[in-house]
Every structure is written in C-alpha cells, then in structure tokens.
Design a protein around this ligand. Sequence first.
Ligand code: NAD
Ligand code: UDX
Length: 481
Amino acid sequence: MVKICCIGAGYVGGPTMAVIALKCPDIEVVVVDISEPRIAAWNSDQLPIYEPGLDDVVKQCRGKNLFFSTDVEKHVAEADIVFVSVNTPTKTQGLGAGKAADLTYWESAARTIADVSKSDKIVVEKSTVPVKTAEAIEKILTHNSKGIKFQILSNPEFLAEGTAIEDLFQPDRVLIGGRETPEGQKAIQSLKSVYAHWVPEDRILTTNLWSAELSKLAANAFLAQRISSVNAMSALCEATGADVAEVSYAIGKDSRIGPKFLNASVGFGGSCFQKDILNLVYICECNGLPEVAEYWKQVIKINDHQKSRFVNRVVSSMFNTVSQKKIAILGFAFKKDTGDTRETPAIDVCKGLLGDKAVLSIYDPQVTEDQIQRDLIMKKFDWDHPLHLQPKSPKSSVKQVSIAWDAYEATKGAHGICILTEWEEFKTIDYKKIYDSMQKPAFVFDGRNVVNAEALREIGFIVYSIGKPLDAWLKDMPAIA
Ligand code: NAD
Ligand code: UDX
C-alpha cells in the first residue's frame, strides 16, 4: 500500500487529503500537524473548519485509510510521498517584511523530513511558495540525506474555500511540476497516478518546477486583478450613474473575458490573494523588475481603496459621523460558506468604523465571538502563524463591539446595516421587521450587492449598493474619497 503523509492539517491539507483518501482506497493517508487542538478536532465530530461536504468525506474514510495525528516524525518516516501544506505567511520582520513569504514553517517541515527519513521519498510542495523554493528545499534535504534520495515536486492547490470539496472532486486542472531528469519524470508519474484515480488525464498538467510554482502565484494574481478591475469600475459607475452589474454582464458576454469573477464587492479577502500578490511583488523587485512589481501592487492598492471608500460612504451618508451610533455588521467571514476570517474585508471596515467611534453589533452564522475579537485586535499579518490557531480567548476585547446571535438582534436599534458577506440568509431575512426596529433614517450599505435595493427602498431604507446608481440622499451627501 502506498503511504502518503501530509504535513499541515489546515484548510488545504485537511480537505485535499480527505478527498485523496476517498478516491484512492488503496492508499493510506495520514495528515499530521504540530497543533494538538487542530488534530483533536479533525478526530472529533466538530471538524476544525467549516466546508460544505467535508464532514461526509471525512466520515467515510477516517479510521479506514485516513488518519489525523500529531506524531509528525513517525508518519513522515513511514511515507512514500510527503505533502507539505504548512503556512507560508507574509514576513512581519526583517528582510522583505510586509511582502516576502515567511518560509520558517516550510523550512522546519523540510528539516523534519531530512532528519527522520530512512527511505527514498517524493516531497510535494502543496503550500503556495515563491518561485525557486524547491531549489532551497532540495538543498536542505540533500545536505542531510544520509544517502536517501528525495524528489521534489510542485503541486500547487487551486481549491477555493466554500467550494473546496467540489473543486477537489472536479478540478479544472491539477498541476505537477518536477525536475526534467529521469528521476524527476518518474516522480511526476507517481503523483500523477494518485490523481488519475479520479481526475481525467487531460486535466493533469505537467511542467517544470519553476512554471508550476509561478503558475500558482500568477493564477491568484490574475483572479485578484479581475476583482480589483471590476471594483475600480464600481467607483466610476457610482460617479456616472452606470450600474456595475450591467457593465459586468455586458463585458462578461465577450467570450474572451467570460462571466465569472466579475462581482463588485467591498473588496476581496481570504488568506491567499493579498499574501500571494505581495510575494509576487517581492519576487519581481528581487529580480530587478520594479515596473512589473508596481503593476501588481496596484491590485492591492485598489482593494484597499475599495474598503476605505466603503467606510467613507457609510460615514458621509450618516451626516459625516457615526460616533456612538450602533451599526449592525452582517457577515464577517471573507466569503459565504466558510467560517474563515483571514484578511476578510470586514476587519478593515470594522476598524474604519470603530476609528470613527461607531458601536458595532456583529453577526455571522459561522464565525465565533472569540475569533472576531481576536481579528479586531491582531496586528496585520499576525493571523497566519500557527500560534494563533490555538483556541484561546483574546487577552482583551474591543469594548464598542458586541456579537449578536442573529440578524434581528444585530440590527435592533441600529442606525445602519453593513452587509459584508454574501450569506444566502441575508437575501431572505424580514427587512420590514428589521426596519421597524431601527433608528430612522435607516440605512443599508450592501457591500456584496445581495439585497433587492428597490424592495428595501419601498420599505423606507436608504440603500447604498456597490457600483449602482445612488439614491438622491447619497448623492446629496458631501463628496467622498
Ligand atoms: P492553515 O493555516 O489552515 O494550515 C497550515 C497548518 O500547518 C496549520 O495547522 C499549522 O499548525 C501547520 N504547521 C505549520 N508548521 C508546521 C510544521 N512544521 N509541522 C507540522 N505542521 C505545521 O493554512 P492553509 O490555508 O491550509 O494554507 C496552507 C498553504 O496552502 C499556504 O501556503 C497557502 O497559501 C496555500 N493555499 C491555501 C488555500 C486556501 O484556500 N486556504 C488555497 C490554496 C493554497
Ligand atoms: C482563492 C482562489 O480562488 C483559489 O483558486 C486559490 O486556491 C485560493 O485563493 P479563496 O480565497 O478561497 O480562493 O476564495 P475566492 O472565491 O477566490 O474569493 C476570494 C475573495 O474574492 C473573497 O473575499 C470573495 O468574496 C471575493 N470575490 C470573489 C469578489 O469580491 N468578487 C468576485 O467576483 C469573486
């Protein structure tokens, strides 16, 4: 039986390995992690991450050919193929701080592999890493190898949260990069045969190592760029009376552009886009390409602008101050169908409103109170370090913030509502009931364009929808940035 070990039981390692175990009953898969609470949760009925369909997959294989363990050394030593799916956060200190990828966790995983291995292994980069990381990893492994042979492959993951299981069952493509030597090609074939259990052959792409590593950064940069492009248009739509949904639809009909990923929003979030673009920017700078670096930096600048534009809109619409006003925040996760709050735009919007002394009542169906408080206190980029995975209560909490159990409680007595995640339930809640319980004038700032703005206006709300023609009220308010 082929044995696979995956280091890192997170949003990628957990679901990816569970699907490999489900689709390959002839392979034993062990997912290991240094975080004891995380592994305990994977072994319980309350999985550490919320992902539609994941429970079912885990239940079908756990204890059969899928295992979760903190015994990293034992399972790495026994494996034929070792996936590394650990965090690759943005550096917070030292050379490249605020941009470069911090490979501390990757390096530590590689050193463990080098130390405990007693047989030849294929080591697979699953984490998103800078181009040429495989070369560095190769050095760590071969310098300690005691004659053991390692083949490094790059197999970046393209799943999106909220649809991870669907994406893993039917990937657009699986990408495997390896050395162009006979040993490298043999390793590629071994990994290919794992995916070939369920992925059609023509969807398994093989490339050299550097193309695979760079393709991951490039894919995320292109995706994020589309959102920043449509968000940039949304600002122009508001200024001119055009409707961003109509513009998106019209341009998306061009088969060269296509209709997906053109939804204007309060800004993109998630653990990948910003981190990976910063990483790309740093690599461009290090390779003497400042103009290319500047080009990609703009994607992040527009994203930051979109978040602050939203906050400015809220404040300026409400007579230029939200001081001591209750604002309901509906949705805190970075997108629907996940409890993940990493780099969620809600953090920046909430901090912006708190900066203007608002009182926030936050409701999200999947995010805990502790998590929200931690996010509002934590320093930029600190979130992606395993220390923060430990489920401890925050040392302090933001006093102007309270957490509500549903949308009705959150909005009771509020002056305004900010919709920051596109949860389905925000489309169907009783807005008349909500309106009756709010201060007047009552505002809705829809950062995801999920509500029927006309229906809400008929109830009496003043409604702001990203990139849509403005209400007379909003037009009359002082100009915003
Ligand atoms: P995560 O934080 O959810 O999981 C990483 C896990 O690695 C943590 O549980 C941590 O405790 C563990 N870990 C760190 N160092 C370790 C070590 N030395 N030994 C054992 N365990 C260790 O992160 P994630 O979201 O799963 O992302 C992992 C990688 O995949 C990142 O490089 C990310 O950029 C990339 N990626 C993420 C997504 C996504 O949607 N989250 C998608 C594609 C790629
Ligand atoms: C992304 C990539 O899609 C995935 O391929 C990669 O492996 C990891 O990074 P993820 O961050 O999980 O996945 O979610 P995604 O669906 O890409 O959304 C990212 C952010 O963009 C979210 O905040 C989402 O709300 C926002 N978004 C997405 C928009 O604002 N508009 C859109 O049209 C699409």
